[in-house]
Design a protein around this ligand. Structure first.
Ligand code: GYE
Length: 311
């Protein structure tokens, strides 16, 4: 069922497309940029984007998807807040012949229930961060604290896995505390404060690994308020490469980040147009790049470059 009778299989073009986007929320600077870019990409392609912000609640995403199905949209974009609980609603979309494209996170559901997933290699991101830390500390004993992303989300699960894989074999590196900061600055600061209190004011902590830059920026504040130097007393490595982490790097308060592009919608809309035009199924995974940035990469120059890209 589609909104526009004219928009039947094989004749759909971007000009006629109505796409529902179930976005998680705006918990981080990265996600806000993804939303901005998705709206820009839809605008440029003449796509009518129906946007729904779930305030980080899965039940709101399920409601939004069912509403999109009832509206008879031509396709659905879904950034799934957690990895489980999607099979039923994805089956309903499939039964309604509405293709679903996953953005930036994956789901534990049969692959035939969605058209494709546009994501980075989340395990690889964690291992890039872990390898950087292992090389940086060499064989010095280093107690690591970890701020995890949203509990049950594929990035929290996979970034933890990749980081631990990179640390295996380096017995001098030990993760002594690990807790979710829900990908937000506020929670990242709060949890880092508790880590510092629990670890003798932070004297016992050599490094922080945060699953995203926003939690790292919050934690940097907590480290400073505890009278320690982030980036020196406690090394800081995170993921996303949002502008603010480059400002922290330029100030010597953060050390490394792994880049995640916020432009997931561009590739998604490209494969969707091809699929709707001639039924050509894309691969089930469209992988975006992961690049390591450190203080050696002229952080303020990168900051300026990033400022224009949706941030
Ligand atoms: O790293 C974080 C956002 O799903 C991979 O979600 C994405 C993550 C990203 O909250 O900033």
């Amino acid at each position: 069922a589609t909104i526009l009778a004219a928009c039947t299989f094989g004749s759909a073009s971007a000009a006629e497309l109505v796409v529902g986007f179930s976005q998680i929320g705006s918990e981080s600077g990265w996600r806000a940029a993804e939303t901005t870019l998705t709206k820009q990409q839809a605008e440029q392609r003449g796509i009518d984007l129906k946007f729904a912000d779930a305030q980080q609640k899965q039940e709101n995403q399920l409601k939004a998807i069912r509403s999109f199905i009832a509206q008879g949209v031509n396709a659905i974009l879904l950034a799934p807040v957690v990895a489980t609980g999607w099979d039923e609603v994805l089956q309903e979309a499939k039964d309604a012949e509405i293709p679903v494209i996953l953005l930036d996170r994956t789901v534990d559901a049969p692959k035939e229930l969605y058209l494709t997933a546009v994501t980075s290699d989340l395990v690889h991101e964690g291992s890039v961060a872990g390898k950087w830390l292992a090389e940086t500390v060499a064989d010095k004993p280093c107690n690591v604290v970890e701020l995890q992303g949203t509990t049950g989300s594929s990035p929290a699960i996979d970034r933890k896995k990749g980081f631990e894989q990179a640390l295996s074999g380096h017995d001098n590196l030990k993760i002594i505390r690990s807790q979710t900061g829900d990908f937000t600055r506020t929670k990242g600061k709060e949890v880092m404060e508790s880590f510092l209190k629990a670890e003798d004011g932070g004297k016992n902590i050599c490094a922080l690994y945060a699953h995203n830059d926003d939690m790292a920026v919050g934690a940097i504040q907590a480290i400073k308020e505890a009278g320690l130097k982030p980036g020196k007393d406690i090394l800081v490595v995170s993921i996303d490469a949002v502008p603010d982490i480059f400002q922290a790097m330029a100030a010597g308060e953060a050390n490394a980040t792994v880049e995640l592009t916020p432009n997931m919608a561009g590739p998604a809309f490209d494969v969707l147009a091809t699929y709707l035009k001639d039924g050509k199924e894309p691969p089930k995974w469209i992988q975006t790049e992961s690049k390591l940035y450190t203080q050696a990469d002229d952080p303020m120059k990168v900051y300026e470059e990033k400022k224009g890209l949706g941030y």
